[in-house]
Design a protein around this ligand. Structure first.
Ligand SMILES: [Zn+2]
Length: 302
């Protein structure tokens, strides 16, 4: 039995409930928890007999939860703002993965609808099913760190939030072998990893995305197009030849790279394609990407 310690942040002396998460005890207020969560409300209405023995007093029962203290602390910070809390953020700050993950999982488990719904809304905006919305994001969510997408796939499965699954699965496919198989360490020390079925989808998905990228690029940059000037068609052949220096562009797992990745100045220095034909090529690449975007769930076997 681990030695229990009181949480430094959440121990209200006149609190009416003690929540034990692993080796940390939190003393907070029943009424507020019950207000936010029907699961807590039910728990307090029908107290578990097993927990009575460790009660601080009759007026302050003790409940053992199987959550981590880190997750629980994130949720309690939302429900019981302390002195020094930020009420009006001056700068828009992206939530961290740990915060979203705690809100979403515990929000789902305890039916704290506001936490769950708002984390879902944020995730739906970030892992959007809208092509333009996806392209407008300068990086993918959580500081471009693709391993976090593994956690989002798991969360999408848990809550059956299907709309975030294609992009979350695609970003998971960006991971190398090790994070894909072993996952990553969460803030509470536990390991977050893909289910075996999703790992299989990701391994297949890497392949599928590579093929899709090649199809996109080769279809967009086809020389059989009357709308290209003949001299610019020669320039385009030259351009395709230059791509051998960056194979990731043609055969990588990033089919939705912005057109400028394919038509950036370093390539165009040695290649002569007029601006009118460049605009046409950009548009054609986008058209191919949209076609692929609409098929993405199929491509990823979802
Ligand atoms: Zn031209």
């Amino acid at each position: 039995e681990p030695q229990l310690r009181r949480d430094e942040e959440f121990w209200f002396e006149d609190g009416s409930i003690v929540l034990a998460a692993r080796d940390v005890e939190f003393r907070v207020y029943k009424r507020v928890l019950a207000d936010h969560s029907i699961v807590f409300a039910d728990m307090f209405t029908f107290p578990q007999p097993a927990s009575q023995a460790t009660a601080v007093s009759e007026s302050c029962p003790n409940v053992c939860l199987d959550d981590s203290p880190e997750d629980l602390r994130h949720v309690l910070r939302a429900l019981f703002p302390r002195k020094g809390a930020t009420f009006i953020p001056l700068e828009l700050q992206e939530p961290t993965f740990d915060l979203i993950s705690a809100y979403a999982r515990l929000g789902h488990k305890y039916q704290i609808d506001d936490l769950l719904d708002q984390s879902l809304a944020w995730l739906k905006k970030q892992f959007t099913s809208n092509f333009d919305g996806w392209c407008e994001q300068p990086t993918f969510p959580f500081d471009n760190q693709s391993h976090y997408a593994i956690g989002i796939v798991n969360f999408a499965r848990l809550t059956q939030c299907h709309s975030i699954l294609p992009t979350a699965m695609m970003v998971s496919c960006y991971n190398g072998g090790e994070p894909l198989v072993r996952g990553f360490r969460r803030q509470d020390g536990t390991q977050e990893r893909l289910s075996e079925d999703d790992l299989i989808l990701c391994i297949e998905g890497k392949n599928a995305l590579t093929q899709a990228t090649a199809t996109c690029v080769l279809s967009a940059f086809t020389p059989w197009d009357d709308r290209l000037h003949p001299s610019c068609t020669r320039g385009m052949h030259h351009l395709l030849h230059l791509y051998r220096t960056d194979p990731e562009l043609v055969a990588g797992v990033h089919p939705f790279s912005p057109p400028d990745c394919y038509l950036h100045s370093a390539f165009l220095e040695d290649v002569s394609i007029c601006s009118q034909c460049l605009t046409h090529l950009r548009r054609r690449l986008r058209t191919e990407q949209v076609k692929l975007w609409n098929r993405l769930p199929d491509v990823l076997g979802l």
